[in-house]
Design a protein around this ligand. Sequence first.
Ligand SMILES: Cc1ncc(COP(=O)(O)O)c(C=O)c1O
Length: 296
Amino acid sequence: MPVDQIILGSGSSELIDLVMRAFADTGDEVVVPQGIFRMFAVAAGRAGASFIEVPVNEDLTPDLDAMRRRISDGTKLVAIANPNNPTGAFVRRDDLTRFVGSLPESVLFVLDEAYFEYASGIVDGYPNGLELLAQGRTVLVTRTFSKISGLAGLRIGYGFGPADVVAAMNKVREPFNTNLVAQAAALAALGDDAHRTRSRDLVVKEREFLFSELSSREGLRVHPSIGNFLLVDMPAGKEPLDTGFGRRGVIIRPMAGWGFPGSFRVSVGTHAENVKFLEVLDQLLAGARGQGLSGA
Ligand SMILES: Cc1ncc(COP(=O)(O)O)c(C=O)c1O
């Protein structure tokens, strides 16, 4: 990949921010699927753009036809997180290729692949954004060392795009955005295939375990995920459970603030951590039922 088609960021979050600032001005439209990773809303808000969230399908995958219909002359940027956080849902290769091919030339498509490594070569039909780029599409693909390489605290992500898109982002970028320590760690991570493979294999095995365990619990709905987390819809009366986890040493993320009231996201951990999470969940569900808080 030519170097003028690559950009580094202080996490891929910074790249989302930069691409919004470079391409979306006050009043311009940014079209996304409802429930997309929240950084997109934050960045669009900072750029003064109008953030259009298009309702998703019942299985929480983006409704690509509805998104296409919503694109207008005022749309500057369209984005999809593949898979999305927190839903874990993804768009398949054929659908994505068709969708991107249908976009007007004036629209920049941003494809967030923060969880790429947990799906590529594992999940049937999971696309690779770099193929779109190779086809000459106006697309910015973002990835990160925060997930598979565990470097979230060091803040380093990267993006690939056409040279003119990268150049426009570089114009609004702070000159010293990534630091030496993060870059050294990223280089070390690139050389550490064994760690990446171990991390990926653990997540793939354990997300299946968690999915099947959660699916068997009455009153819960767990959404299929190709990331390293799962979105779980709670039975009614969820509130005591949110705080109950923390008191028992398990941190989950309630998702009300992300547009999913009644749901939480759980990260896939080691087997022992996942078993502990399930034990606490069972205690809390039993307690909730005892207080008449079940979904019934
Ligand atoms: C879908 C998605 N994209 C991007 C990011 C940003 O990650 P980072 O800024 O650490 O690279 C996250 C982090 O949670 C994410 O879930």
